[in-house]
Design a protein around this ligand. Structure first.
Ligand code: SF4
Ligand code: SF4
Length: 769
């Protein structure tokens, strides 16, 4: 079977699917040498000109920088530095529109060129053999070199590949119409390009080096063949012109017949590809210590008087290049400017857009040359499902379905249709009869998917950080718990040791614990006393005791009363004393009664009430009863007061009854005396009967007196009887006896009533208690 090298040596190559043959239009610039332009007045240098992150700023506004001086620093592999393309002063660092299909703005350094073009100190390498591979890679990295074919991938990463490399492919195909920058570079600087290839050979040690150039660049092919004539390892491969033969996967398929599967990289097949411009830049960086500060740009189109390839400093605004190439002014219409070729390029929104590391062409077409660029409204119509787009797609995709899914923002469907394999070649749009700008839809969809992926990545990173923190906190918690457990075990072990110190400590701890327990117990009791209300049982016991004491006091009072009565009976006065006693006025007797018998009972009642009050106070003090209990105690006190009052009234009634009884007795005695006097007077004076009758009549006229009047009357008549016994008649004595009985009955009834009232009050108080 014919090997790859044999096929290449014989000029037999493979083909890739699809592809087109658009008008080349390379004649505009292919025969003109690369022009060195004058310095622009100002450069606008974007911080990010590659795939990856921008570097950290090393300069600030007002700084004067030298040519080749680093403006940013790459601190990780995906950060590629940028350098000052010439000497000058940093006038601004701000957002400015960059070379992007969406007209995106990015942070840019504005460098006011001083015109001196003063270089920083450079370290020229006379012999490549003096440098190690790592030193070479470091130089490439420090020079800020990124893929200059259009992708912009950091070159130092690509040349650090470890796996065995079968093929190092140098891409000089330059398949895009109009563009001749690589062609001219290979023609004019073939030795430098080959020196760059040698550096890559030193780093990657590939089995074969294939330099692929389309057959429409005969001068470049010749130049490279001459430069590599003595290098067996390097094969110059002249491939058929077909767009997009310069695509990475397409060129690999052309040269090796291998298809790089979807989602895989060439390095997985042992293949590394570099652009010829990148090889030139690597040589400049490693041998001449020249960072990537310029590149060859094809400024072309029929709208220019002088289309040509130029050495453009990175950061050069497009309008400066157009001035240098004499662009035609178009009346009443803005001149469309396309960055890149007609197939993969995009219209720039401003002529201030600067040249960057991946810019290889500025196309300024005329209206005749590219009428679609001047159309304000799209002529897009519905897809007719002709299938021409899929026929020409080099990535074997379904462009029409991709278009539908992109319009519907159905990202999952786009993923299934392998949108990521689309190389934005524009072949599908080129052949579309419906004039659908298919690549435009794909680019928008890719940007949205990229943004969504970045958000997902951020969310995933945040989730990982959260989980890691949670895990760390959990570990710290477990470690703390283990530490505490160990410390506790150590303390316990130390206490259990039978040393005198440990025993002493143990006993001291035990004593302390006992003290704490005792203190807690006493505090608990006090708290119970403070917080727990007196139980109803205790309260009822206290009340019962109080009642008992009251009953005892009442019994004592009754006994005293009984004793007093007995003494009064014993001390019953003689008839003369009784009479004199009887003859005392009622107020005097009441006063005497009030000051004699009741005073003893009242005193005892007071004592009993005081005892009850003291008990209640003691109870209240000891238990600090609640408000309801206080009310109860107050009730008890009130009861004692009421009882005292009742007793007082009771005694008064009893005294009144006793007075009435005494009065009745006195009257009975007076009656008996009067009877005896009458019998005596009858015996002594039989003729005095008329006078007695008058006296009786007079007495009878004084009927219906009040009780006091009756008593006064009784007293007066008694006096009269004493002074003049002849006047007392039998009728008047009977009337007095009757009255005194009535008075006694009234007094008894009053006493009973008061007793009843007193007993009912006492009962009510007991119920309320
Ligand atoms: S070429 Fe255009 S019209 Fe034809 S299928 Fe593709 S998108 Fe539709
Ligand atoms: S732009 Fe994409 S879909 Fe269209 S032909 Fe090229 S690779 Fe295929």
């Amino acid at each position: 079977m014919e090997s790859i090298i044999e096929r290449i040596t014989r000029g037999h190559f493979w083909d890739f699917h699809g592809g087109i043959h658009p008008p080349e239009q390379k004649f505009l610039t292919a025969s003109k040498p690369i022009k060195q332009l004058t310095l622009p007045k100002q450069l606008i240098i974007p911080l990010q000109q590659h795939i990856g992150r921008e570097g950290d700023l090393l300069v600030s506004i007002g700084d004067h920088v030298l040519k080749g001086q680093a403006l940013t620093l790459g601190t990780n592999p995906m950060m590629v530095p940028i350098h000052a393309p010439t000497s000058g002063t940093i006038s601004a660092i701000k957002l400015s529109v960059i070379a992007h299909p969406s007209g995106l703005s990015q942070l840019c350094i504005f460098l006011d060129v001083d015109g001196e073009d003063t270089w920083r100190k450079r370290d020229i390498c006379p012999d490549l053999g003096l440098l190690s591979n790592s030193e070479i890679i470091e130089k490439i990295s420090d020079a800020g070199i990124a893929g200059m074919g259009g992708a912009g991938f950091p070159t130092h990463i690509k040349v650090s590949s470890k796996p065995d490399i079968n093929f190092l492919i140098i891409n000089g195909a330059e398949c895009e119409p109009y563009i001749t920058a690589d062609d001219l570079l290979m023609m004019e600087h073939s030795d430098a390009v080959v020196d760059g290839i040698k550096i890559l050979d030193k780093l990657l040690k590939p089995a074969f080096i294939l330099v692929a150039i389309e057959d429409n660049k005969p001068k470049a092919i010749k130049a490279i063949q001459q430069a590599t004539a003595n290098i067996e390892k390097i094969k110059v491969c002249v491939v058929p012109t077909k767009y997009p033969a310069g695509g990475e996967k397409q060129l690999i398929q052309i040269l090796t017949g291998q298809e790089v599967a979807s989602g895989r990289l060439p390095i997985h097949s042992g293949i590394v590809m570099q652009n010829v411009a990148t090889c030139f830049a690597i040589n400049e960086a490693v041998r001449h210590d020249t960072p990537l500060i310029r590149r060859v740009v094809t400024v072309t189109g029929q709208a220019l008087d002088k289309p040509q390839n130029v050495w453009a400093l990175l950061g050069t605004p497009i309008n400066f290049l157009l001035e240098q190439c004499h662009v035609h002014a178009i009346e009443n219409q803005k001149q469309p400017v396309i960055m890149g070729g007609p197939m993969m390029g995009f219209s720039v929104s401003s002529e201030l857009v600067p040249i960057v590391k991946t810019s290889n062409c500025i196309l300024v077409p005329s209206k005749v040359e590219m009428p679609s660029a001047f159309e304000k409204e799209s002529k897009e119509v519905e897809c007719i499902r002709c299938g021409q787009c899929s026929d020409v797609c080099p990535s074997q995709l379904l462009p029409q379905e991709l278009q539908w899914s992109a319009k519907a923002k159905d990202y999952s469907q786009l993923e299934k249709l392998n949108l990521r394999d689309c190389i934005d070649c524009g072949a599908c749009a080129y052949v579309c009869p419906s004039q659908i700008p298919l690549v435009h839809y794909y680019r928008i969809a890719k940007a949205e998917i990229r943004e969504q992926q970045q958000l997902d990545l951020k969310a995933e990173k945040a989730k990982v950080r959260f989980e890691a923190r949670k895990l760390r906190l959990e570990k710290e918690k477990i470690a703390r718990q283990e530490k505490h457990k160990k410390a506790a075990a150590a303390r316990k072990a130390a206490m259990n040791k039978a040393t005198p110190e440990a025993t002493g400590a143990k006993s001291a701890v035990a004593a302390a614990l006992a003290r704490v327990k005792a203190k807690k117990a006493s505090q608990g009791l006090a708290q119970n006393r403070d917080n727990t209300p007196t139980s109803p049982a205790d309260l009822s016991t206290d009340i019962a005791d109080d009642q008992k004491s009251q009953v005892s006091a009442a019994i004592a009072r009754a006994k005293a009363k009984k004793k007093l009565k007995a003494e009064a009976a014993n001390k019953a006065p003689s008839s003369s004393e009784s009479v004199s006693e009887t003859l005392k006025s009622k107020p005097e007797k009441e006063q005497e009664a009030a000051t004699q018998q009741p005073s003893v009972g009242d005193k005892k009642a007071k004592i009993a009430a005081a005892i009850a009050k003291a008990k209640a106070k003691k109870l209240a003090k000891s238990t600090e009863i609640t408000e309801s209990d206080k009310a109860t105690v107050n009730c008890i006190s009130e009861k004692a007061v009421v009882e005292k009052a009742v007793n007082t009234d009771d005694k008064k009634a009893r005294v009144a009854a006793a007075i009435a009884k005494a009065k009745a007795k006195n009257k009975a005695l007076a009656k008996a005396n009067a009877k005896a006097v009458d019998e005596q007077s009858i015996e002594t004076n039989e003729s005095s009967a008329d006078g007695n009758s008058n006296s009786t009549k007079t007495d009878g006229n004084s009927s219906q007196p009040s009780q006091v009047a009756q008593e006064n009357t009784v007293a007066n008549k008694t006096d009269n009887i004493s002074s003049n016994p002849s006047l007392a008649g039998s009728k008047s004595n009977a009337a007095m006896d009757k009255k005194s009985k009535i008075a006694a009955a009234i007094a008894k009834a009053k006493a009973k009533k008061k007793l009843k009232e007193a007993s009912s009050i006492e009962k009510t108080d007991q119920d309320s208690v």
